[in-house]
Write a protein that binds this ligand. Structure first.
Ligand code: CP3
Length: 353
């Protein structure tokens, strides 16, 4: 009987999945692998489905969210799905006038500059995002033993879009508010943290089995400024996510000097970008599981060059309490999906216990 799969308890297969075992610091059957931005423009089936449909519209249609989320899982056999949405979607859902412009990113019609602007933003309730609940439920039933990662944008990164009004390199207006108008900054960070936490709660309540907090642009900050102006707010989101009982991944780009802070903010898994040798990332993550960290441009190298680098990362990852293989940032849209398929197979074969 022990050899029969127990169909009455489907959750056991999920809990025993390589991704969730690694995220909890338990030995997995192989090192799990998924790719940030695995769904999206690199896939021809995504481009076909999105034909004539805006990005935000596709995020608000449960049928499209479900299908787009499943596409890379079917194609690559990755160890986790990530819910297809965007970090600014919850803002759109509570009524902020914004769009996601192709090739540009999120654009906010009236940037947030004053306390009144902050106070005009509604808090998020499940009623704002019924399509999220529906899509997550559908996905969890379709995915079976493959975990679904829910996600939200961290307060600093989301604030950058709201204050700048669009993508930014220097985040100058955002940091001007942070340094010069601490009361407005504090109110804005609290507002976004509340929205992010509520958004994660909706996803976990509907069945997501892990969450990732994306603080993509936190690397623009010094450790002291991160600690003073940002960390308490990210910690608040991660604390609320922790109460839901799911593993929490905390990721940013260019955050080599912040990894310890990002761990202490309340992460179970620390995302490491490719600029930091994984062995250094492991030391800086202070005992947490790590995720990463292949340079996303290595998919454009010959396959054997890419897999040789992946092997080094897998070998370095053995020194961590757990390792989830990923790229150091998102899949570049011109990536050849066949390379990611070969990479997935290589990670599984090279790390099989
Ligand atoms: O597969 C997945 O990873 C899930 C989908 C996902 C999207 N955005 C879809 C998307 C996730 C996890 C995000 C998060 C996100 N959005 C982040 C954090 C992750 C990171 O990359 O650092 C950030 C900073 C954003 C903001 C944002 N939205 C940017 C910078 C862009 C790209 C602009 C462009 O067109 O180059 C977007 C748009 C976006 N989000 C697209 C997708 C698939 C492209 C839109 C399209 O297909 O037209």
């Amino acid at each position: 009987a022990a050899t029969q799969p127990n169909l009455a308890e489907p959750h056991d297969a999920l809990a025993d999945s390589p991704f969730l075992r690694a995220a909890r610091g338990l030995e997995p059957a192989h090192t799990p692998v998924w790719f940030m931005r695995q769904a999206g423009r690199s896939l021809p089936e995504y481009r076909a489905l999105r034909e004539g449909i805006g990005m935000l519209e596709s995020c608000m249609r449960a049928d499209l969210v479900t299908e787009i989320t499943l596409q890379p899982v079917r194609r690559y056999g990755v160890d986790a799905a990530i819910f297809f949405s965007d970090i600014v979607l919850p803002l759109k859902a509570v009524g902020v006038d914004l769009d996601i412009v192709a090739g540009v990113g999120p654009v906010v019609a009236r940037p947030v500059r004053t306390l009144a602007d902050v106070e005009a933003i509604e808090d998020l309730t499940p009623d704002h995002v019924p399509f999220i609940t529906q899509a997550v439920r559908e996905l969890v039933s379709e995915l079976g033993a493959t975990p679904l990662i829910g996600f939200a944008g961290a307060p600093f990164t989301v604030a950058s879009y709201l204050v700048e009004g669009g993508p930014s390199k220097e985040h100058a207006k955002t940091k001007a508010m942070m340094f010069g108008a601490p009361d407005v900054w504090d109110a804005l960070m609290r507002k976004i943290a509340g929205i992010a936490a509520a958004y994660l709660e909706v996803q976990v309540a509907a069945g997501a089995s892990a969450v990732q907090l994306f603080d993509s642009w936190a690397g623009a900050l010094s450790p002291a400024d991160y600690e003073k102006y940002v960390m308490p707010h990210s910690a608040g989101v991660l604390a609320r996510a922790g109460e839901l009982g799911v593993p929490r991944i905390h990721f940013g780009v260019g955050t080599g000097e912040l990894l310890g802070h990002m761990a202490r903010a309340g992460a179970d898994v620390v995302g490491v970008d490719w600029r930091v040798p994984l062995s250094d990332g492991i030391a800086r993550a202070e005992g947490r599981v790590v995720q990463g960290n292949l340079d996303p441009t290595l998919v454009f190298a010959p396959t054997e060059v890419m897999t040789a680098r992946a092997a080094e990362i897998l070998d370095a990852g053995r020194a961590a309490p757990g390792h989830i293989f990923n790229l150091g940032h998102g899949v570049i849209p011109s990536t050849d999906p066949d390379q990611l398929h070969r990479l997935t197979d290589f990670v599984h074969e090279h790390s099989a216990r």
